[in-house]
Ligand binder design. Structure first.
Ligand SMILES: NC(=O)c1ccc[n+]([C@@H]2O[C@H](COP(=O)([O-])OP(=O)(O)OC[C@H]3O[C@@H](n4cnc5c(N)ncnc54)[C@H](OP(=O)(O)O)[C@@H]3O)[C@@H](O)[C@H]2O)c1
Length: 254
């Protein structure tokens, strides 16, 4: 997949991993569009990178997604890379936390339904391009789940499965389907976890390399080792992550 002269939409591109991906695409002479829910964060991003195009759009809201695509069609006339990055993570105990179901519903609405909605809306434009890509940020927890992020991990497992099905379905078309599985990344989303983290820039770099080399499942940094541990023994991999997470939360409480 070519990595320059694309028109790229990054959902949730105003901070964290999404913003690092936006910067990487801008540096490679791509036209970059980002969206998010918070106007101030979008304004801050375009102050830092004036070449960015921004849309205020909550991907859980069908009308807002539809309006954004109407605007993209009329302003750009094309879109050939979609990066499904917008996502939320909440840490809770599903058994004891009163608000667990509400938190889980928000995670499903954003990470899964929101991503499906944006993907479906982008497909006509992507299918109309000579070479295009759908890149979805899942996580290594798509394969190796963890107790205090159960529904989050389930949404990422669903995205992993969906990316594989979509890849099959789009096999004979111009659209390539990529998935990025990061480990812990140093962003606001997991601020409270005190563990070894990779930088958002490292995720962006791996994504660009994966696109260039047509590596459809991009595992980043320590996610590679956990992936191979999972292939050898899913139980062993689960145990490794369990220890990492419990250590991270213990450090947080002390
Ligand atoms: N950080 C990690 O350790 C890690 C590891 C593996 C995978 N990931 C995945 O990587 C992606 C980015 O995570 P991050 O760590 O960079 O998180 P982040 O720093 O919290 O950024 C999330 C971005 O998504 C946007 N967003 C959230 N909900 C949205 C919605 N409903 N509609 C539109 N935009 C929305 C946020 O902007 P607004 O608040 O303005 O909407 C923000 O720009 C997520 O899918 C996450 O699951 C993260």
């Amino acid at each position: 997949m070519k990595i320059n002269s694309n028109t790229v939409l990054i959902t949730g591109g105003s901070s964290g991993i999404g913003l690092a991906i936006a910067k990487a695409f801008l540096n490679l002479n791509n036209q970059v569009i980002i969206c998010g829910r918070n106007q101030q964060k979008l304004a801050q991003a375009s102050q830092t990178y004036p070449q960015l195009h921004t849309f205020l759009c909550d991907i859980t809201q069908p009308d807002q997604v539809s309006e954004m695509f109407t605007a993209i069609k009329s302003q750009f006339g094309e879109l050939n890379v979609l990066v499904n990055n917008a996502g939320i993570i909440k840490f809770y105990d599903f058994i004891h936390d009163e608000d667990a179901l509400n938190s889980g519903e928000q995670e499903i609405a954003t990470n899964l339904l929101g991503t499906l909605r944006v993907t479906k809306s982008a497909l006509p434009l992507l299918l109309n391009s000579k070479e295009s890509a759908i890149v979805t940020l899942s996580s290594i927890v798509a394969l190796v789940p963890s107790a205090n992020m159960g529904i989050y991990a389930a949404t990422k497992a669903a995205l992993h499965s969906f990316s594989r099905s979509l890849r099959q379905q789009l096999e004979q078309t111009t659209v390539k389907v990529f998935e990025v599985m990061p480990p812990f990344v140093d962003t606001e989303a997991i601020e409270q976890i005190k563990a070894d983290k990779v930088s958002p820039a490292e995720v962006a770099e791996a994504l660009i390399k994966g696109l260039r080399t047509n590596n459809y499942e991009i595992r980043v940094g320590p996610a590679k080792a956990l992936y191979f541990a999972h292939r050898l023994s899913p139980a062993k991999a689960e145990n490794i992550l369990k220890q990492l997470v419990s250590k991270a939360f213990k450090v947080q409480m002390t």
